[in-house]
Design a binder for this molecule. Structure first.
Ligand code: SAM
Length: 270
């Protein structure tokens, strides 16, 4: 396990994921009934962008840095939360900040050092349980939740060459156990072929009601670079698609290079 999220915290891919995650959480909270959020690949939770790995790569400057300066209106909710939380909030910090009484977060992280930091960051946090555990295995262990309502974020590092295949298998297995769950799966776009193949396999799977919200910072031509990213959402809540379109357009306006694009595409019907 070489990947450490601290080097990439707050970059363009992180802000896309986190802004859409917040939108999904808000949508789920339109109903009073409590729910479980399962964050299968959680990282350490909070990131100091002014020193250490994040400062070394400076990736955040072309992500959250620019957005906090430009302050586009469709991202106001997300940017206000980032500022309120102080250190750059990763997915578990965003989720934990929104938990209502009765809502729960289970955050899993496999890297021993990062899992220890994550545990320390959320020690005593109400409704939050941290596990040093394989995220794919956690999908089998924790679903379906007793609440019968759940949002599952699957955000692997994509350092394994077979990550798309592992993801597909785990997602379809988890969906089989919990068909009403809202699943949000982050994926990288370096070049189109692996993503296209992933989508084609999903279209012949058991999944129903799937959209993909994607931002390409530049055309996906050079496969050695992270040119864009997407969030695949199974069972998107009502209103998610138009909200995501507006948010991605705002990201594109601020962070896009020549040839940038964004799109929310329906992959599989209900
Ligand atoms: N979700 C985090 C966020 O948005 O702030 C970022 C997660 S980062 C992209 C992926 C994380 O998954 C890394 O911290 C890595 O150590 C961890 N990881 C890698 N393989 C894992 C596995 N099989 N199960 C759980 N965590 C894993």
């Amino acid at each position: 396990m070489n990947y450490r999220h601290a080097f990439h915290a707050g970059n363009f891919a992180d802000v896309v994921k986190h802004a859409l995650l917040l939108e999904l959480l808000r949508a789920m909270q339109r109903k009073d009934k409590p729910f479980l959020v399962l964050d299968t690949h959680a990282g350490i939770g909070r990131y100091d962008l002014s020193s250490g790995p994040a400062e070394k790569t400076g990736e955040w400057r072309d992500g959250i840095g620019k957005l906090l300066t430009a302050r586009p209106e469709p991202l106001a909710d997300y940017l206000a939360l980032v500022e309120k939380l102080g250190l750059y909030p990763g997915s578990p910090a965003i989720i934990a900040a929104l938990l209502r009484p009765g809502d729960r977060l289970i955050a899993c992280e496999l890297h021993p050092e990062d899992a220890a930091t994550l545990k320390q960051n959320f020690r005593g946090a109400l409704g939050v349980a941290v596990h040093e555990r394989d995220g794919y295995e956690a999908l089998r262990a924790f679903l379906p939740p007793p609440e019968r309502r759940g949002l599952i974020l699957i955000d692997p590092p994509f350092e394994r060459p077979d990550e798309f295949a592992a993801l597909e298998k785990s997602l379809c297995g988890a969906y089989e156990k919990f068909r009403t769950g809202v699943f949000a799966v982050w994926y990288p776009v370096k070049h189109r072929a692996p993503v296209r193949e992933f989508f084609e396999r999903l279209k012949t799977s058991n999944l129903r009601d799937v959209v993909a919200a994607e931002f390409l910072r530049r055309p996906a031509i050079d496969p050695t670079r992270l040119n864009g990213c997407g969030l695949l959402v199974v069972n998107p809540p009502y209103g998610f698609v138009p909200a995501a379109e507006t948010m991605l357009q705002a990201v594109q306006d601020v962070l896009g290079e020549p040839g940038a694009s964004s799109l929310v595409e329906r992959l599989i019907n209900e």
